[in-house]
Write a protein that binds this ligand. Structure first.
Ligand SMILES: [Zn+2]
Length: 698
């Protein structure tokens, strides 16, 4: 498995349009107005020292309820639509039958065309599905399961990712990844996978809500079987088989907190050792089918999972395994099939799990499908339109200020020994900063895309991506590669590459705006850049060195000091989340890395702002025309960048499975750890935003 520490819980989350009930049914003609930071959003009726989120964001949120087809709603919503509108304008041109096109334009244009052609999809989907169903029906022995798993991995998007969350990787995830011991080259990675619910706890928790969700899941699986031609009674019993098999997988799966520790998932094995875990699975057949390059090392994230799989392969009949494979195939392909499949899939994954009321318009889903599957063939256009060179220059300066701030912070840390500081400084000085877009665009010449079969296009793009990851095995690490596309509103840090990455999609208002003052840009995008920078030094990132190797470079005492500071944060964030429903509690050990990055990131942003103000001959206490000081505006801009609300179902699902804290607490818990916040707003002891003990690592 790979560790990518992201900014947001949701990658390419579905968002809506300002001031409208829901997304426009057709692509808008004009680009929507973006949301800019303004202190006009402040709610003077709330005391900032009691609830800073309500003070900074409450008014905006109250005025903008979540539209029916959305599950999150916030200041990034207009930006999401803006980004998609830029993309759809290109796609509308390149998808025209008579368009003169470059090879990449042909691919993205036809992919979009095929995706939008629901008439054809509805008419043809059953036919497209036939060979897939026949493959599985034709399996005559348990040894052949491996070959079908390989086929599913090669045809379903996202199969290179295993994981603890709901995945599209039947049974397991297979991919190349940097060797934990020596990140300069890639080895094979075998991860747990194959569960259709969002996480282990969804199968095992015994509270009423969990049982209700499982009941609906079984109904959903049965309905999908019926859509694929099954008889209702048989489908019902088959759905029970699927839940039974996936529950056994979930029981043996490593839990998400344990998976955060790279030492626990680093289990290097030879192929013989892998085979000994699960002798009944035809590993040779699988590796041959996915054309895996030879390697001496396979990193198995969760050996217990694969030992248990052996027991399961023996215990369940071949027919039961074929039922599981049929579900995995239908589930993974559902969004490429007829509207009946798409709607049924939405009913469970959209409505039940995340609380959406309506499906988004097709054009938005298709734009995101092109971005998700052929993203770098489409991203160049976005960069040209949305990210001028002067913006990059300004962002680079903020990144430099943030890094200089962390260097100062490390130097000043009274709890770190000089030898640990030296290693930390070396690591910081070798971070590769990637801003906006890749220097070398991916070559998609190996992907064939046509206009007549959306399912085939989708499977072809999935196969290309899967093969790209598998082909890394045995190859040197390429630090310049991106795992997010340019229009993505998100950012990530990769500890094995020692890189921080900021797609052009997030370098936009309200996160970054050239016309805003430093207080606003450092409070918003500065905190994002600080967040990613700190990930290299959070409880997970600190275990990797400057080269990206998993190596302990801490003195024993410094590690202890670090852990006690970390415990302050994880204790603080182990809290009930009433927005998620009654008795839903966040596990601060699961969110510790993200919370460390939020707290440290804002601290770095504040130090960096002071550097910038010194250069400008200004101070934090100067008042601007709106009556707020620079320091107040800094905290307000930070809070505004997290001005978001989610549906209750989504919050619950995320609290149980995702390492990110709900935005409201990303604001309130963080500012309460800042003595500077207390000063800025004149807060007093006893008020909610004033903690008796400040948590702070960086
Ligand atoms: Zn993060």
């Amino acid at each position: 498995m790979r560790y990518l520490a992201m900014l947001l819980a949701l990658c390419a989350a579905s968002m809506g349009v300002m001031g409208q009930e829901k997304s426009p049914a057709m692509p808008p003609k004009d680009l929507p107005k973006l949301e800019s930071f303004s202190t006009g959003n402040v709610d003077a009726g709330v005391n900032p020292c009691d609830d800073f989120f309500a003070y900074a964001d409450g008014k905006w949120i109250a005025a903008h309820p979540i539209p029916a087809d959305q599950v999150t709603w916030g200041v990034e919503s207009p930006l999401e639509l803006w980004n998609e509108t830029v993309l759809v304008k290109t796609l509308e041109q390149t998808s025209a039958a008579d368009a003169k096109r470059t090879p990449n334009e042909q691919k993205v244009g036809d992919y979009y065309f095929a995706c939008m052609d629901t008439k054809n999809i509805n008419a043809q989907a059953a036919e497209w599905l036939k060979p897939e169903l026949e493959r599985i029906a034709g399996i005559t022995s348990k040894r052949e399961i491996a070959e079908e798993v390989a086929h599913l991995h090669q045809t379903i998007p996202g199969a290179e990712m295993g994981g603890d969350n709901q995945t599209n990787a039947a049974l397991l995830g297979y991919s190349g990844q940097p060797d934990f011991a020596d990140a300069s080259h890639n080895v094979a990675s075998i991860d747990q996978g194959g569960m259709g619910l969002p996480g282990k706890s969804f199968y095992l928790d015994q509270d009423d809500k969990s049982k209700e969700i499982r009941g609906k899941y079984v109904q959903h699986v049965a309905k999908i079987f019926v859509l694929a031609g099954g008889k209702p009674e048989q489908a019902k019993s088959d759905a029970g088989t699927v839940l039974a098999i996936e529950t056994e997988l979930a029981k043996a799966a490593m839990d998400p907190v344990a998976r955060r520790d790279p030492n626990k998932v680093n289990n290097p094995m030879t192929l013989a050792e892998v085979k000994a875990l699960t002798p009944s699975f035809d590993w040779d057949g699988y590796l041959k089918a996915v054309k895996s390059p030879a390697t001496g090392k396979y990193i198995v994230s969760a050996p217990e999972f694969f030992k248990n799989l052996e027991t399961m392969l023996k215990a369940h009949s071949l027919e039961e395994w074929k039922t599981y494979l049929r579900w995995q195939m239908l589930h993974g392909n559902a969004n490429g099939l007829s509207e009946a499949f798409v709607n049924e899939s939405f009913d469970f994954y959209g409505r039940t799990l995340v609380g959406a009321e309506e499906l988004e318009p097709r054009w938005r889903r298709c734009v995101r499908a092109v971005d998700g599957n052929l993203g770098e063939a489409l991203g160049e256009v976005y960069v040209k339109r949305a990210f001028p060179a002067e913006n990059k220059v300004r962002v680079v300066r903020i990144v430099k200020d943030i890094e200089a701030s962390l260097a100062k912070d490390i130097e000043a840390a009274d709890w770190m020994a000089p030898e640990t500081k030296k290693q930390a400084e070396l690591k910081l000085s070798t971070v590769l900063n990637k801003i906006g877009y890749p220097d070398n665009w991916r070559d998609y010449s190996g992907v064939a895309v046509g206009r007549t079969s959306y399912l085939q296009d989708r499977q072809g793009a999935a196969g290309f991506e899967f093969e790209r990851w598998v082909n890394k095995i045995g190859q040197p690490l390429d630090r310049t590669e991106w795992t997010m596309t340019p229009p993505t509103i998100n950012a990530y840090e990769d500890p094995q590459n020692n890189t921080i990455n900021f797609p052009a999609g997030i370098l936009q208002p309200p996160y970054f705006e050239l016309s805003q003052d430093a207080a606003v840009n450092y409070g918003a995008i500065g905190a994002v850049i600080g967040h990613e920078t700190i990930h290299g030094f959070d409880d997970q990132g600190r275990k990797f060195d400057a080269k990206g190797d998993l190596r302990d470079w801490w003195t024993e005492n410094d590690a202890k000091e670090y852990e006690s500071r970390g415990k302050c944060i994880s204790d603080e964030y182990t809290q009930l989340i009433p927005e998620a429903g009654p008795d839903v509690k966040q596990n601060g050990l699961m969110t510790q890395g993200e919370d460390t990055a939020d707290n440290g990131g804002l601290h770095l942003a504040l130090l960096a702002l002071q550097m910038e103000l010194e250069r400008e001959g200004k101070s934090l206490n100067e008042k601007s025309a709106d009556g707020f000081t620079t320091l107040q505006r800094f905290f307000l801009a930070y809070a505004f960048s997290w001005c978001e609300q989610y549906r209750q179902e989504l919050i619950r699902t995320l609290v149980l499975t995702n390492p990110h804290t709900y935005p409201k607490y990303r604001v309130n818990n963080v500012v309460a750890n800042f003595p500077e916040f207390r000063e800025a707003f004149g807060c007093k002891e006893g008020q909610k935003m004033v903690r008796t003990r400040y948590c702070r690592i960086w």
